[in-house]
Ligand binder design. Structure first.
Ligand code: UD1
Ligand code: CA
Length: 465
C-alpha cells in the first residue's frame, strides 16, 4: 500500500526564544525538519507534504524539492495544520505518516514497525507512544479497561488522574489517509488552548467504531519533541551518542566518544582513529586508516585514506591519501592536497592546490596558488597574493624549491625545478631550472663587532651621568 507523509512545521516555536524558526534549529548540524524528512524518505514515503507557516520561505528554501508544501496561514492547531494537506492528498488511498518537524530523533525503523502494526491490525490510526517517568508537557494516551486506546488528552486539558498517565503521544502517527481527512472535519477547538487538535481524531475514530492502535517505543529519545533549548540540548546529546555508536559499529575508533562531535551526514572509513576534541561537520567524508585529532575541526572536507590531522582547522578542502596536516594548520576553503603532501605547523592555505608529494612544513601562507609535484616551500615563505584591491595567483612548477622567508609577489610563476634562495623577494617569473636570488649582498666588517659594543657601552655610561 502507498505510503504518504505529512510533516508539521507551521508553528512558531515561541519557547525557543529565537529569531530562527523552530524546525530549522539544528541537531547534530542538521535542521530538525531535515532529520524528519530523511526519516520519512527512509520509510519510503511516495509523497511528502510539509505544512509551513511561520518562516515558510526559509523552510522551503532549505528543503527545496524534497517535498510538496501546504501553507497554513494561521496556526490554529495541529489538526488544522494537517487539514492544509487535504487539497494535495485527499484523493490518495494509502497510509499517511503524520510527524512533527520538532521530533528529530524518530527513526525510520520505528516508523516501519508502526506501519507494520497499522496494516496488520487494520486500524484507522496507529500512534507511536512512549512511557515517560515524567510525562509533563506531552499529550497522554488514555486506554480503556480492555487496554485499547480511547483518546489522547493534552497536558493542559488533563484531569489530575489523566495527568498521572505515563504513556505519552510522541506526535508521530500512521493514519488511513481517507479516514484521516474525514475525521478532521469533525474536530472542534473546544479545549483549553482553543486549538484544533489532531489528537482529537483518536476519540472521533473510537466513537465511529474504528480501531486505534498504539505502538510503544522503548527508545525514549524518539519521543523528544523539541519545544525549548533545554530539549534541544537533550536532543543534541542523544543524537550525538546515536551517531557515534553508528560509527563505532562500522569500525571507527573513538578514543573518547563523549568529546567527539560528529554531525549527521559525515562519513568515516573503517580503522580510522579519532582523538578527543574533534569536530567533524557538514558533508565531510574521511577515508580509512586515518588518525584525526586531537582537536581537529573539519567542515565539508574530503579526506583520503591514511591521512593524519592534528590540532588543525580544515574547511571546504580536499586532502589526498597519506598526507599529513598540522599540528596547528589552517586549511581554508579551496585548499587541495594531492597524495603524500605535508602541511606543518602554523601554515595557512587558502584556495591553493598542492600536487603529490609537496611540502609546506612550517610558518607559511600559501594563498591563490597552484603548486606542482614534490615542491618544497621553506619555513616562513609566503605568497603575496593581495595588493589591497585584487587577488593574484602564484604558480609553482614541479620539483621547485622555495627557500625560507621568500616572498612570492603574485602574479608570479616559478618554472619546474626552479630554485629560489632564502630571503628573496620574487617579483618576476623564474624560468624552469633557474636559480633566483633577490636580496641584498652580505657585507662583513672585520672586527667591527667589538668596536660597536665599545661605542654602545660608552654611550650608556655617558647617559647615566
Ligand atoms: C503535540 C501533541 C501532543 C504530543 C506532542 C509530542 C497535539 C494537539 N498535541 O503537542 O499530544 O505529546 O506534540 O511532541 O497535537 N504545528 C503546526 N501548526 C499549528 C500548530 C503546530 O504546524 O497550528 C506544528 C509545530 O510546528 C510542531 C508540531 O506541529 O512541529 C507540534 O506542535 P507543538 O505546538 O509543538 O505541539 P505540542 O504542544 O508539542
Ligand atoms: Ca512539540
Amino acid at each position: 500500500m502507498k505510503v504518504l507523509a505529512i510533516v508539521l512545521a507551521g508553528g512558531q516555536g515561541k519557547r525557543m526564544k529565537s529569531k530562527r524558526y523552530k524546525v530549522l534549529h539544528e541537531v547534530a548540524g542538521k535542521p530538525m525538519v531535515g532529520h524528519v524528512l530523511r526519516t520519512v524518505q527512509e520509510a519510503n514515503s511516495e509523497r511528502t507534504v510539509v505544512i509551513v507557516g511561520h518562516g515558510a520561505e526559509a523552510v522551503k528554501t532549505y528543503l527545496g524539492d524534497q517535498a510538496e508544501y501546504a501553507l497554513q496561514e494561521q496556526q490554529l492547531g495541529t489538526g488544522h495544520a494537517v487539514q492544509q494537506a487535504e487539497a494535495l492528498l485527499a484523493g490518495e488511498e494509502g497510509s499517511t505518516i503524520v510527524i512533527c518537524g520538532d521530533t528529530p530523533l524518530v527513526r525510520s525503523e520505528t516508523i516501519n514497525a508502526v506501519l507494520e502494526l497499522h496494516r496488520s491490525s487494520g486500524a484507522a490510526a496507529t500512534i507511536l507512544t512512549a512511557s515517560f517517568d515524567d510525562p509533563t508537557g506531552y499529550g497522554r494516551v488514555i486506554r480503556g479497561e480492555d487496554g485499547a486506546v480511547v483518546r489522547i488528552v493534552e497536558q493542559k486539558d488533563c484531569s489530575p488522574e489523566e495527568a498521572r498517565v505515563q504513556e505519552i503521544n510522541t506526535g508521530t502517527y500512521i493514519f488511513d489517509n481517507r479516514k484521516l481527512f474525514a475525521a478532521l472535519a469533525k474536530v472542534t477547538n473546544e479545549n483549553s488552548q482553543g486549538e484544533y487538535y489532531l489528537t482529537d481524531v483518536v476519540g472521533i475514530f473510537r466513537n465511529d467504531g474504528e480501531t486505534v492502535q498504539a505502538y510503544c517505543t522503548s527508545d525514549l529519545a524518539e519521543a523528544i519533541g523539541v519545544n525549548d533549548r533545554v530539549a534541544l540540548a537533550e536532543a543534541e546529546a542523544l543524537m550525538r551518542a546515536r551517531i557515534n555508536r553508528k560509527h563505532l559499529l562500522e569500525g571507527v575508533t573513538l578514543i573518547d566518544a563523549a568529546s567527539t562531535y560528529i554531525e549527521a551526514d559525515v562519513r568515516i572509513g573503517a580503522d580510522t582513529v579519532i582523538y578527543p576534541g574533534t569536530v567533524l561537520r557538514g558533508s565531510t567524508v574521511i577515508g580509512e586508516d586515518c588518525v584525526i585529532g586531537p582537536n581537529a575541526d573539519i567542515q565539508n572536507a574530503e579526506i583520503g585514506n591514511g591521512v593524519t590531522i592534528k590540532y588543525s582547522v580544515i574547511a571546504e578542502s580536499v586532502v589526498g591519501d597519506d598526507s599529513s596536516v598540522g599540528p596547528y594548520a589552517n586549511l581554508r576553503p579551496g585548499s587541495k592536497l594531492g597524495v603524500g603532501c605535508k602541511i606543518g605547523d602554523f601554515v595557512e592555505l587558502k584556495n591553493a592546490s598542492l600536487d603529490d608529494g609537496s611540502k609546506v612544513s612550517h610558518l607559511s601562507y600559501v594563498g591563490d596558488a597552484i603548486v606542482g609535484k614534490d615542491v618544497n616551500i621553506g619555513c616562513g615563505a609566503i605568497t603575496v597574493n593581495y595588493d589591497g584591491f585584487n587577488k593574484f595567483v602564484t604558480e609553482i612548477g614541479d620539483n621547485a624549491f622555495v627557500g625560507s622567508n621568500v616572498n612570492l609577489i603574485a602574479p608570479v610563476k616559478l618554472g619546474d625545478g626552479a630554485y629560489v634562495v632564502a630571503g628573496s623577494t620574487i617579483t618576476h617569473d623564474v624560468p624552469s631550472g633557474d636559480l633566483a636570488i633577490a636580496r641584498e649582498r652580505q657585507v662583513n666588517k672585520p672586527g667591527y663587532a667589538d668596536k660597536i659594543r665599545a661605542r654602545a657601552k660608552a654611550k650608556k655610561a655617558n647617559n647615566k651621568k
